[in-house]
Design a binder for this molecule. Sequence first.
Ligand code: MCN
Length: 785
Amino acid sequence: MPDSGVSRVLRKEDQRFLTGRGHYTDDLNRPGQLHAVFVRSEMAHATVKSVSTDAAKQAPGVVAVFTGQDMADDGVGSLPCGWVVTDKHGEAHKAPPHFPLVRDKVRYVGDHVAVVIAETRAQAADAAELVEVDYEGLDANADPAKALEGAPQIHDEAPGNLCFDWELGDKAAVDEAFSKAHHVSRLELRNNRLIPNALEPRAAIGEYDPGTDEYTLYSTSQNPHLLRLILCAFVLNLPEHKVRIVAPDVGGGFGSKIYCYAEETVCTWASKKLNGKPVKWTAERSESFSSDAHGRDHVTHAELALDENGKFLALKVDTIANLGAYLSSFATAVPTYLYGTLLAGQYKTPAVHCNVRAVFTNTAPVDAYRGAGRPEATYVVERMVERAARDMNMDPAEIRRRNFVQPDEFPYQTPVALTYDSGQYEKALDEALAMIDYKNFGQRRQESERNGKLRGIGLSAYIEACGIAPSQVVGALGAGVGLWESAQVRFNATGSISVFTGSHSHGQGHETTFAQLVADRFGVPVENVDVVHGDTGRIPMGMGTYGSRSLAVGGSAIVRACDKVIEKGKKIAAHLLEASVDDIEFDSGNFRVAGTDKQKSIGEIAFTAYVPHNYPEGVEPGLDETAFYDPANFTYPAGVHIAEVEIDPETGTTRIADWVAVDDFGKVINPMIVEGQVHGGIAQGIGQALLEEGVYDEAGQLVTGSYQDYCMPRADDLPSYRVGMIETPCPHNPVGAKGCGEAGAIAAPPALMNAITDALGTEEISMPATREKVWRIARGRLAQA
Ligand code: MCN
């Protein structure tokens, strides 16, 4: 029996990852390669009066020094400036250009002023210090809340630093509901800026071949095909067939490696300038802090209107979203299509209105970071719901239960554009409550109090829209683009199978789970299946990995391609078995004439397909099929996480006493990998709630530019999670799966903050709930007692 299908198959990729044999971009060295080091702005905002490169050019080993003017002279364009967002006045978002090397101004600390290219990295780094930049300093602003209030103007193209003023939902209906409400709960929330910290920093090698006029870019990209498309169509203006992008093993991305960045663009362009010498760049960790796209950074005022029974009548949300100094590739989509649309949560709130003003500040660009918009939305909804329960003296589980969309109400049209496909929200809640022994929480709280500790419990009933992005749905929202995925499934003559996917695995274990999917479909051992990804030279056009789309969209494309292989296999089998195609059934790896024991294995059929001495007329040789899958809808994973904390008022330490998660990812292919995804996501969510914050000072200097100041969660900050799962299959994709890759990061912050605010007895604490903040409040509470 094949060991495929739904099972805890150990990761195939561990063979190389756990034995140190992975091949990451920085492991690659091309013959004759040179090294690039970027001269970065130390100023948050300044006019660049001149850049003197003479001394650097004379330094040992230096081959070239380039500035923005050199790129401008070559006609290099702007990096991409976001999906189109049409604001509430019908205007497209303001899209000031973002050149890979600056031309006149720097706008954040870390901005790219020049690049030095030398024979060794050390030589390039030494010479970079010799580049003299004459700056005329300008006032800076890093605070999104101040950006619209007379802060220094950052781009001429965006008056008042406003990129767009966008709304979603029926404002009149919301106002009407508020006017009749029995109770209105209010909250001011700050969703703290996060700095992604993948294990492997970004890296790139650009290599031009003057003989063939072809470019190869090795890059730590999550989506090599999209990167190629953007580079060719918008930035470098190259013919796509002359550009190959290879994203080999990539050590984590969490969204931060989706974008088209300055560095890879410069390496590709510079290699041609240098007559085909490969140009390599690998970020230092401090460069990652200052110039990877950051995440979150919202300031929000929210109000929830309720009737006397705790039923939600309407939700009103007003958000300022920080986009940083320039638009990163997908930045505009995050606080709009991925945020406003999720504000209904799991609830039947009849009216929702959301207004988002997105602003420029003198900070690193902000884009998608694990969850991207959906953690921000869930944070608003779940903090708000908990607040309302406390205001109305209701049980937080009960208030949710009263408002959940019920299983028989799907497909459910929310007031904010999305149509949820399926779910069992109450079932997840009940299981989570049982797992954490909710009904006896009061006893545990008393016990903690006897020991001088404060105990709290917090719920988070999250929903997310994964499987980005159904063309129909995002097209209807005005985004103008949709995202599908491709797959090619090739049976080789000797029976092994090569699967080529446009999804990219950078920690998610696709080489295992996609192989399981195929092995299951064909009834063959999982070892027979090899998954190839991350190389535009080997794979049909693809769209890459983000938005927990790979199984739901990429996996669906694979299943479609498998089904085409089976259909063709039936024709060959019918010929060999001298039967009608309509009589051939395929099951467990064999093509059988229905009702008989006449059969051929899929291996025999593959061999016949390539060695066609006995081949059906009119059928092409080969067993190699391609499919493109554009999803009909998002998938809507959902679940309930509950955190229980115990706070020591003497030290401000928050101990996570328990954590249960009951998630619904539809059909699960590999529970072990899925649990790992949930664990990792929760760790990131706990990091956001307790420890992490990207901080700029008033002058726009990054205060948290290293691990000394930016606090990542460590093993002893994290509890042992208890994970449960329920399964409501996705009704519209052939796998039945919903995405799992972001759930933990979405669910965790409100669960933990609800628990902490429950323990402290106040909502007046923002993320991260550091020891100092907690200590001050807890001490104050003790003093009052
Ligand atoms: N899976 C499954 N059954 C399901 C759903 C998923 O077996 N019902 C499996 C999939 O086949 C895949 C994994 O779980 O092996 C994650 O699948 P999916 O939810 O489709 O997410 P993606 O593969 O598209 O990964 C993207 C997602 C995102 S958006 C971020 S951010 C993130 C994440 O995955 N970044 C990660 N997890 C990460 N994990 C690691 N190690 N590194 C990152 O950078």
